[in-house]
Design a binder for this molecule. Structure first.
Ligand SMILES: Cc1ncc(C[n+]2csc(CCOP(=O)(O)OP(=O)(O)O)c2C)c(N)n1
Length: 366
């Protein structure tokens, strides 16, 4: 196994003092180690393309190689600036990529991670990026040499870290809750007030898993769900595409990290959506599913934002008082509205994951 501080040491030894990325559960330990850096030295980016681009900007002003971290599912978001700006044949900009490798061969994982995990090395090869798989401290020797070469030749270098490869620190790794309302209380209330034909499309991570859990545990039968097990940030777009050609009431359950990842999509929704689409943001001010790192969403004036993006009214729920009534009132409105629910982080251990995805898709499309 590998101690994350040994990896950070190698990175820092190579005169790198700037970190940016999108949090990942595999790299949770890295997030915790970077937690106390000043804001200027560690930036949690909205998406992986943005993280690479922030890194590129850092190099342009400091001539120092930056460290950009991400989950391999986000590698696709990063490809554009990697190949069209940083690539050796374009501007030749050195970067250190630290990539959490979900779905690596021989590791059990979910279908969406297996699919991406299988092609992750091929993507790096296609991009002409040299990489190391870091399993233990010894692997850092090769990686250190690769970083040195990357600096010398102004190239991108990467390391892949499999699930469980980073040693768990003894500390209780948990960021604090920002808001109080329990997500399960909200979801149970929502599932109890919806009509039979309602469709719910929910975002990547705990939102989908908690919705799935609430539905199964309490046997809620009304409505059907489509769980966005991957494609983080695209929940609002799938919801828009669905709702425009459906008579059903369509509820989009988004997360704050998910909304921010492709924030532009909410403008498209605001412009083009029908009134059968009900947008609900479950705001916990954090990337709860991958460790609880901040999204800094609590500083956003969502009322002003949503209204200027085309939503007619803004609603907010912060506690369980009159919950059913408030949700019903929101769902019954005949206009395009935005509901922010300020919730706390997940409290359920070992949340189940939706299985039989093709079957779920068929049920949703019935
Ligand atoms: C493109 C991409 N980048 C990163 C991830 C890893 N990831 C999974 S869930 C998640 C956090 C989602 O945050 P939010 O939408 O606020 O939901 P919460 O986890 O708080 O329930 C992240 C970063 C991913 N699945 N896909």
């Amino acid at each position: 196994m590998l101690n994350v501080n040994s990896l950070i040491k190698v990175i820092k030894k190579n005169n790198c003092s700037f970190f940016t990325g999108v949090p990942d559960s595999v790299l949770k330990e890295l997030s915790f180690s970077l937690k106390n850096l000043p804001k200027k030295q560690h930036i949690i980016a909205a998406n992986e393309g943005a993280a690479v681009s922030i890194g590129i900007g850092h190099y342009l002003s400091t001539k120092k190689i930056p460290c950009v971290y991400m989950q391999n599912s986000g590698l696709a978001n990063a490809v554009n600036p990697l190949i069209s700006i940083a690539n050796k044949k374009v501007y030749s900009i050195p970067l250190i990529l630290v990539i959490g490798w979900r779905g690596s061969p021989n590791k059990k994982d979910e279908p969406q991670h297996k699919a991406k995990g299988r092609i992750t090395c091929q993507i790096l090869k296609l991009l002409n990026i040299k990489y190391s798989v870091l399993k233990n401290e010894k692997d850092l020797i090769k990686f250190n040499n690769q970083v040195k070469n990357a600096k010398k030749n102004n190239e991108i270098v990467a390391c892949l870290i499999e699930q469980g490869a980073l040693k768990r620190s003894k500390k209780n790794l948990k960021f604090k809750d920002t808001f109080k309302l329990d997500k399960q209380i909200f979801l149970k209330s929502l599932l109890s007030v919806i009509d039979k034909k309602t469709k719910i499309i929910s975002s990547t991570g705990y939102n989908s898993r908690e919705l799935f859990y609430a539905r199964k545990s309490y046997n809620f039968k009304k409505g059907e769900d489509f769980y966005m097990v991957g494609g983080m940030g695209h929940t609002s777009s799938v919801s828009l595409g669905y709702s425009l050609f459906s008579k059903n009431k369509t509820i989009c359950i988004d997360g704050d990290g998910s909304l921010l990842m492709h924030l532009g999509s909410i403008k498209t929704l605001g412009e083009f959506s029908n009134n059968n689409l009900k947008y609900i943001l479950l705001n916990n001010n954090s990337h709860d599913s991958v460790g609880g790192q901040s999204t800094y969403m609590k500083n956003v004036n969502l009322k002003n934002l949503s209204k200027s993006l085309g939503f007619k009214n803004f609603y907010q729920i912060t506690n369980k008082t009159n919950l059913n009534k408030k949700i019903k009132n929101f769902l019954d409105k005949k206009s395009l509205n935005f509901l922010e629910v300020r919730i706390s982080n997940n409290k359920i251990k070992d949340l189940p994951r939706p299985k039989n995805l093709i079957q779920l898709k068929k049920m949703f499309m019935k």
